[in-house]
Design a protein around this ligand. Structure first.
Ligand SMILES: Nc1ncnc2c1ncn2[C@@H]1O[C@H](COP(=O)(O)OP(=O)(O)O)[C@@H](O)[C@H]1O
Ligand SMILES: [Mg+2]
Length: 379
């Protein structure tokens, strides 16, 4: 396994190590069947699910030659590949990038996600890889002194996300909240979590936040066991987990806003202006230009490890993100609501060509509005 950011995270290292021990002992990752592409539940030696692994080469366009892919989307029509505003086959980086943004700002809604390498028989391999592996095993039997790495299959690079327990699809709790509204205190707590989801999705310009791609955990008072007295006291908690962040960080704003809406914008929570708490958390960071630069630099370290990394496309991704940060900052200052935020015209903030030795951040950047305003409608 390999992680550029790992040294400071013993808990995560331990988790991935447990997954490797499990695999060595025949407890293999299991494909998630409802998923569109190759996603796997990864287990620990006890058979408990501890993570979700999404290998790069099992993403929808993963079987393509990286060089050919790069050439294609540079010269030809990226429209051949799913969402034309996204770099194809870098979903695993988007997953890890979302987690980076989340922890950098302190939102704490994305389960920790990093890029790792794993190998397992249950992954989807080319026939040639399997044949090679069989050959290696045959040789090992003949010459036991020669030892090959595990089962001889090549490790896969992908995103590894911590599995969070006790959560259900957002849809489930949103319906329940409508039928039996929890106390106002709980709904206020939920509102704060919801705002963090909005902040995350807006910054990374997530194109895939349906209500199936975020989870809610709510230990409703009635559902709590009364056997343990320590559970009687204390407020019930409500938490959001933002999963499936693989379709974010576009290199241009989507042509049609309506094609990739933020589905949370239709929820009643989106009509309330952002809270003081969210402003206090986010504004000091986002108004600090060295913080924004640091964020871009860290994303660069993460994204450049991909074989198909392209500096020009990365700059465009950051220009979109800086535009989103600019709008978000303005919306928070103006006391807007999430609905009003998504109605703001899309903007990109590009690095000026003539170098950036200036001490004032925005001297070296140019703002540009991309096409017409994306009108928001309720229906
Ligand atoms: N980190 C996680 N913690 C708990 N459950 C998860 C997590 N990630 C995914 N799941 C579960 O697995 C399902 C599929 O995962 P998702 O990331 O949405 O994959 P896909 O890209 O295939 O849609 C989710 O709907 C959710 O129920
Ligand atoms: Mg999903």
């Amino acid at each position: 396994m390999e992680f550029p950011f790992l040294c400071n995270d013993p808990q995560f290292t331990e988790l991935v190590w447990q997954a490797e021990v499990a695999i060595d002992n025949g407890i293999f990752p299991e494909r998630i069947y409802q998923g569109s592409s190759g996603s796997y539940f990864v287990k620990n030696p006890g058979g408990k699910i501890v993570g979700v692994f999404k290998p790069k080469d099992e993403e929808p366009y993963g079987r393509l030659n990286p060089k050919w892919t790069k050439w294609m989307h540079k010269l030809c029509c990226p429209c051949c590949f799913g969402r034309s505003c996204l770099i194809p086959n870098q979903g695993y980086l988007s997953e890890a990038g979302a987690s980076l943004v989340d922890s950098k700002i302190g939102l704490r809604i994305v389960p920790k996600t990093r890029v790792v390498k794993l190998v397992s028989e249950t992954f989807n391999y080319l026939r040639i890889d399997r044949e090679r592996s069989r050959l290696k095993r045959a040789i090992t039997e003949q010459f036991p002194n020669l030892r090959f790495n595990r089962m001889g299959l090549p490790p896969k690079m992908g995103s590894f996300q911590v599995f969070v327990e006790g959560y259900k699809d957002a849809d489930y709790w949103l319906r329940r909240f409508e039928q039996e509204p929890p106390s106002e205190r709980i709904m206020d707590k939920f509102q704060l979590q919801f705002e963090r989801l909005v902040v995350l999705d807006y910054i990374i310009r997530n194109t895939d936040r349906g209500n199936d791609n975020w989870l809610i955990k709510y230990d409703a008072p009635a559902s709590r066991g009364m056997t343990d007295p320590s559970e009687w006291s204390g407020e019930p908690e409500v938490r959001i987990a933002a999963i499936d962040n693989g379709l974010a960080f576009p290199f241009k704003h989507p042509d049609s806003w309506r094609a990739y809406p933020y589905h949370w914008a239709w929820l009643p929570q989106a009509k309330r202006p952002f809270s003081q708490e969210t402003k206090q958390l986010v504004l000091p960071l986002l108004s600090d230009m060295s913080f924004v630069q640091e964020l871009c630099d860290e994303l660069h370290v993460l994204f450049k490890q991909d074989k198909g990394f392209d500096r020009g496309l990365f700059e465009r991704q950051m220009s979109v993100m800086r535009g989103q940060l600019l709008n978000l900052t303005q919306a928070l200052k103006d006391g807007k609501s999430p609905v009003q935020l998504v109605q703001m015209p899309a903007v990109v903030v590009e690095r000026s060509k003539g170098g950036s030795t200036s001490s004032r951040f925005f001297d070296s950047f140019q703002q540009r509005f991309q096409h017409k305003s994306p009108f928001f409608s309720w229906w």
